[in-house]
Structures are given as C-alpha cells and as structure tokens.
Design a binder for this molecule. Structure first.
Ligand SMILES: C[S@@+](CC[C@H](N)C(=O)[O-])C[C@H]1O[C@@H](n2cnc3c(N)ncnc32)[C@H](O)[C@@H]1O
Length: 246
C-alpha cells in the first residue's frame, strides 16, 4: 500500500462516501465480536446502549440485531448519519446528530453501555474528547461498561491487509497527524487523517473522566490457514479494545 499526499478530513461527504465502501473484514473479525461479547448478558429490561461516533452505523446495527439493546447512535457528521440511516435502518436504533462533546439530552446514570469505535483517532481536539469522555462517564449507570476501540498505537506503519496507519519507520508523538490508508472493497484505497495518541494518553482520557484504568485487549487473527501466514494481522494487533466501566 502507498499513501497519497492529501489525507481527507472526516466531516466531509467525500470521507463518508469512501468510508461506506471500506473493506471491513478486519474490523468485523477483530473489533465487533469483542464488543458484542462484552455486551452480552445485560440484566436490566430494555437496556439502552450508546454507539458514539457511529459513522455509517455498523456497530449500532450489530448491537440492535442481537435483540438485547435499544441503541442511540450518535455522530457529528450529517453525511455519515445520512448513510447510516439509509444503509442500516433498524427499529431499535435511533440515529442522532450531536456536537461530539455533550450528551445533554441524557440524564445522569441513565445509560446501560457505551461503545466508541475508531473515533478518538479521528478527532484532533483533546479538549473535546476529554469533555466527551466525562459526559459518557456521567450518563452511564454505576457499573455500566464503556468499550473504547481504536487503532493500536503500537502498530503504526504496519501494512495490514485492509489498512495501514502511519508511514513505515515513522515515529509519532501525541497529537501528530497520521496518514491512514484504508482499503476499499473494490481494491482501491482512501487516505484519511488520523491523530496519534499513545496508550498512556488513552488511559488518561479515561481515568481523568473518573473511569477505572481499562483492561486492554490486542486481538490478532490466528495463523491457522484461514488467512495467509504472511498477513501482518496474525502477528500484530491492528486495533486495541479498552474496557472499563462507570
Ligand atoms: C472512522 S469513523 C468510525 C465509525 C464507526 N464507529 C465504525 O467503527 O465504523 C469515525 C467517526 O467518528 C466521528 N467523530 C469524530 N469526532 C467525534 C467526536 N468528538 N464524537 C463523536 N464522533 C466523532 C466521525 O464523524 C466519524 O463518523
């Protein structure tokens, strides 16, 4: 994979249109099952989950299809939400535009789970993410899980089969822009801007908002013949899944 020179920002119709066509195989294998597993077996009747930064609605739709969750799926991009509403409508999902910072229509301790998947890496604004994380903590019921999935900061420059975040050999510091190449289903690629944050920075977003330090999963694919043994994702985790709770 090679990166072109003009990564596109996320809140554009071009980004939303390209993201709709992304090759989702690695996310489907390495993120979504872990999220669903951790959200299985909630005990309250008709529990409410938030999919924060829902994009085109992939996580929200999967959660709703379990039959166990009502989902509010939130995003600051009207273009992403337009695609989510048309591609993944579901009676248990309501898609909603928000400012990426405040959840002021939700009462304290009123939400049973929150998921935020590949969102922090797309937002350059630490202050907004800190405010958002504090809002998530505020609205979750005591004990309710918060699952934060993102690009693995220890895997920059690695050419995975469907993505590469960062240039090979480059070293990134907190806040740096990282060109990220996503493979699309037709074999072409898009390059978007993501923003580097170390694992310690992710931990501080959570602990500064009052969450306990998270459990960290770095899933890889098994080298069992179902994927080529050379595939980088059998050796290095493209994504990380941080699990904490209110
Ligand atoms: C890479 S997409 C991920 C979408 C979806 N969660 C998924 O996993 O397919 C990143 C999304 O995060 C949204 N986003 C960026 N900053 C955000 C913020 N502060 N709060 C919520 N969403 C944000 C973008 O608009 C975009 O839809």
């Amino acid at each position: 994979m090679t990166a072109d020179d003009n990564p596109i920002g996320w809140d554009t119709s071009a980004a939303a249109g390209a993201y709709r066509d992304r090759d989702m195989r690695l996310a489907e294998q390495l993120i979504f099952p872990g999220v669903l597993r951790r959200l299985a077996g909630g005990s309250r009747p008709d529990p409410l989950a938030l999919d924060i930064g829902c994009g085109t609605g992939a996580v929200a739709a999967q959660l709703a299809r379990t039959g166990a969750w009502t989902v509010q799926a939130l995003d600051p991009s009207a273009d992403m939400l337009g695609i989510a509403r048309s591609d993944r409508p579901h009676p248990r999902v309501s898609y909603r535009l928000f400012d990426g910072r405040t959840l002021d229509w939700l009462a304290d301790d009123s939400v049973d789970a929150a998921v935020c998947c590949l969102v922090y890496c797309t937002d350059p604004d630490d202050g907004r993410l800190a405010a958002l994380t504090a809002e998530i903590r505020r609205v979750l019921r005591p004990g309710a899980p918060y699952l934060l999935a993102d690009l693995n900061p220890a895997a920059t420059g690695v050419a995975f089969s469907t993505l590469r975040h960062g240039e090979p050999e480059a070293v990134y510091d907190d806040g740096d822009t990282v060109p990220t190449l996503l493979r699309l289903r037709d074999g072409t690629t898009m390059t978007s801007a993501t923003y580097y944050r170390s694992l310690d920075r992710y931990r501080s977003f959570l602990t500064e908002a009052g969450f306990p330090s998270p459990a960290i999963d770095l899933p890889t694919l098994p080298a069992d013949g179902t994927v080529t043994e050379a595939a980088a994702e059998t050796r290095t985790a493209p994504y990380m899944l941080l699990t904490t709770h209110a």
